[in-house]
Write a protein that binds this ligand. Structure first.
Ligand code: AMP
Ligand code: MG
Length: 425
């Protein structure tokens, strides 16, 4: 992996104290590389895993020339130049039938969608276009052209051609596709191992008494859930106190057992804790103030312990900031480590139901509810209190309202970009 310093030194306009979101993501993408390690899985268990190699089709799809419609197959030589074609029906080809003899001149074969084209037939007339009279059919000669409604062998996919490419994150359709090729197992990248813990003396775990000035540790639960959705192996290391020895031991254990380490808290300016000092001591870590809201402070880099290395994300402590930085930085980085480069989720442009205050010079991820307005057009409104500690704003929302770096305030009725949670979370 390239070092963080070498990546950063190539940037002319690098300012770690006001880093635009895009630039932070470019640096992360340049530093992160896929893990090595492959395993072979039955396709049923390969959902959400990443293909390690191209899958080459062992067969032609479809395997035979076949009918694309229910109707009658015949040879186009039987079509008169004009007027009506009249043919005798000389048999039936059902799906799965093979080896039907070629129909004689002046005859056609009744055929069902997907059935193998009988020898000598090259055209199918859909049944809706024919008049049937006993065992003869009649249709306008110009209702079809030679070759209509016939699917060719190998038309969808030829044997020997890649059906799916390495780096593909396997979805339900891909598993069906693999099954349609008769492929039982695939080679996928091994699962990522991700260790995570919360830092802060004010944190209490569920089940403990909430002393004055304390809060329950919620970040570990949102992180656990977000990481579960990504399909990684989790190492939940609990809450670590602001104590140098405890923190160092936690970072070392995490680093030695995981590909990536995610922490929350302790990276803000003026934190009375040791988290930043220990992160910096254990590796190549940079501390950013990102030009975004929520989620300004973030540590990123690589730490090492006893010859093992791990990627490090030191996320802010505020619960909404944790989720926003996870979705907008960590998610893509982990996908890249998993061996896949997914495009960022699409943005939809919809009407803002209300005015939104925003200063140019930072990207904002306000929490929104996208719903049809009174006129039936989609519109978005913000979920009340947008403080970075107000987790309810995430829970009630169904999308981020993404207000770009340069953008200023929004007037009611203006279009804004939204990123749907569905598919993201
Ligand atoms: P910090 O970044 O450590 O200064 O934390 C910022 C704010 O987030 C403080 O109000 C913390 O109490 C809160 N916070 C930090 N970690 C957690 C956590 N794991 N769960 C809930 N709140 C947290
Ligand atoms: Mg703290």
């Amino acid at each position: 992996m390239p070092s963080l310093q070498s990546v950063i030194s190539c940037l002319s306009d690098y300012d770690p104290t006001a880093l635009p979101v895009d630039q932070a993501n470019r640096i992360i993408a340049d530093v992160v590389e896929p893990v090595t390690g492959i395993e072979q899985l039955a396709i049923r268990t390969a959902l959400d895993r990443v293909l390690a190699e191209d899958v080459v089709s062992p067969i032609d799809v479809p395997a035979h020339d076949n009918a694309a419609m229910d109707g009658y197959a015949f040879n186009a030589a039987n079509l008169p130049a004009s007027g009506d074609a009249v043919l005798t029906v000389a048999g039936t080809a059902l799906a799965g039938d093979t080896g039907l003899p070629a129909p004689a001149a002046g005859t056609a074969v009744r055929i069902m969608t997907g059935a193998v084209m009988p020898a000598g037939c090259d055209t199918v007339i859909p049944q809706e276009l024919v008049e049937v009279d006993g065992d003869t059919i009649r249709f306008a000669a110009d209702a079809v052209r030679a070759g209509d409604n016939r699917r060719f062998r190998g038309e969808d996919l030829a044997a020997g051609k890649p059906a799916l490419r390495a780096g593909r994150l396997l979805r339900p359709a891909d598993l069906g596709l693999l099954a349609s090729l008769g492929i039982a197992e695939v080679r996928v990248r091994r699962r990522l191992r991700v260790a995570f813990f919360s830092t802060g003396d004010e944190l209490r775990s569920i089940g403990e008494t909430l002393d004055a000035g304390c809060v329950y540790d919620s970040n570990r639960y949102t992180l656990h859930a977000m990481l579960t959705r990504l399909g990684v192996e989790l190492i939940d290391m609990g809450v670590v106190r602001d104590d140098p020895a405890a923190l160092e031991a936690a970072f070392r254990t995490a680093c030695e057992n995981a590909d990536a380490v995610i922490t929350s808290g302790g990276v803000s300016v003026g934190e009375a804790d040791y988290t930043k000092a220990i992160m910096a001591r254990l590796g190549d870590v940079t501390f950013w103030k990102i030009a975004m809201r929520p989620g300004r402070p973030m540590a990123f880099g690589r730490i090492a312990s006893n010859g093992k290395e791990a990627l490090l994300f030191g996320l802010p402590g505020n619960p909404v900031a944790v989720m926003v930085t996870f979705y907008h930085f960590v998610r893509a980085a982990l996908h890249r480590m998993m061996g896949t480069d997914l495009a960022a989720p699409p943005l939809m442009r919809v009407r803002s139901a209300q005015a939104i205050r925003k200063k140019p010079g930072r990207t904002e991820y306000q929490r929104g509810i996208l719903a049809p307005g009174a006129d039936g057009q989609w519109e978005v409104r913000i979920t009340g209190q947008q403080g970075s500690g107000v987790l309810r704003s995430m829970s009630e929302a169904n999308c981020f309202i993404v207000l770009g770096h340069q953008q200023g305030g929004v007037a009611a009725g203006d279009p804004v970009d939204v990123m749907l949670f569905e598919g993201l979370i």
